[in-house]
Design a protein around this ligand. Structure first.
Ligand code: G3I
Length: 329
């Protein structure tokens, strides 16, 4: 079964995958054969290369070549690109984190960064994750240079700058807020709903959608019912949803038989929740090959193999589960 073909036949925009042109992936021809197959993946998200440290390593010096590579790869195989991301606490260059800022100077730097990047990539981007992971699990704002200097207004202001750039291009580029732990009810979910409303109420800002990262593990995943409810809380505000970074780590590797079953179930539940939510428009896994996942056992206390394919590119049982979830089987 071909996941993207199935998803598009069922009315979704795509089933897609993240990939990272800075890693060995692009020179791994077996990996690239799967990546390039538009029947399997109809969309891609650059895992790293459009982040601030890559795109504006020194103030006012922009390097777009890595992101260009993603857009070229996508174009060559008919994929849309979810561009990721404009403002985040992480992967910031030292001139941003270590700078001496006032409200005014940091806002100016943020506006320049956002507008230059959005205008450069233009409609090569189907969407932008304008602000990434602004919230803590307690529902407060994550401490970072933007929050410390500008306050909570940095979020709607970022959306305002992105919207102004999109308007000046005359393009239809969707603007998203992207986060994890907002997929089901709880303090962070409630805070994210409020944040969407703040952006919606802001003068000349716009938000099209919310990205549910959906990083799970076999020791913990959200049920289909809780994800359905989580999605409807947002779609009631008039925004679309996308599953943007789906993966489910096995608590140890190699995955045990029971972990593989649990992993398949969590993939199934997440995809099924999206399929049953009309305004959930697309699903993306955070890479498809265990070899290149960000979750490696050495870094995550033994957790690993969270993807749909093992390192030898044979498929986890979760692959079939996803295909069935898309088809409503
Ligand atoms: O490319 C260099 C390589 O040359 C070097 O040898 C190696 C040594 O550490 O580092 C490599 O860069 C790493 C890069 O991933 C590529 O593997 C960076 O150190 C590492 O920080 C970077 O991590 C990325 C992380 O975001 C931070 O940007 C992960 O790949 C990426 O999967 C992860 O993605 C995030 C999303 O953006 C937001 N949501 C959560 C998600 C997972 O953490």
């Amino acid at each position: 079964p071909y996941l993207n073909t199935l998803a598009q036949s069922a009315g979704k925009l795509w089933f897609g995958t993240a990939m990272d042109t800075t890693t060995r992936e692009v020179s791994d021809s077996a990996y690239m054969t799967v990546f390039n197959d538009t029947q399997i993946f109809g969309q891609t998200t650059p895992g790293n290369t459009m982040k601030w440290e890559f795109t504006e390593p020194s103030q006012g010096v922009f390097t777009f070549s890595e992101g260009d590579e993603t857009i070229a790869l996508a174009k060559a195989t008919g994929k849309k690109v979810r561009c990721h991301n404009l403002v985040w606490s992480s992967e910031l260059p030292a001139w941003v984190t270590g700078g001496t800022w006032t409200n005014e100077t940091l806002l100016a730097a943020m506006e320049t960064h956002i507008k230059t990047e959005v205008e450069y990539y233009g409609d090569g981007c189907w969407s932008w994750d304008v602000v990434n992971e602004a919230l803590d699990s307690d529902g407060g704002f994550t401490s970072n240079v933007f929050y410390e200097t500008i306050g909570a207004a940095y979020v709607p202001l970022a959306f305002q700058y992105a919207y102004e750039a999109v308007q000046s291009l005359g393009a239809d580029i969707k603007l998203f807020y992207n986060d994890y732990g907002i997929e089901y009810s709880g303090t962070k979910h409630t805070a994210a709903l409020a944040l969407v409303q703040t952006i919606q109420g802001w003068n000349n800002a716009y938000i099209d959608g919310v990205g549910f990262e959906s990083h799970y593990s076999t020791s913990w995943g959200a049920s289909k019912a809780s994800q359905l409810e989580g999605m409807s809380d947002f779609t009631e505000l008039g925004v679309q949803i996308q599953v943007t970074e789906l993966d489910v780590g096995c608590s140890s590797v190699p995955c045990s038989t029971s972990d593989l079953a649990t992993q398949a179930q969590i993939y199934y539940d997440t995809v099924s929740a999206c399929m049953d939510t009309e305004e959930c428009t697309g699903m993306t896994v955070w890479d498809f090959d265990d070899e290149y996942s960000w979750i490696q056992p050495a870094d995550y206390d033994g957790e690993g193999d969270p993807c749909l394919y093992y390192s030898d590119l044979s498929r986890h049982p979760a692959y079939t589960a996803v295909a069935e979830a898309i088809q409503g089987i």
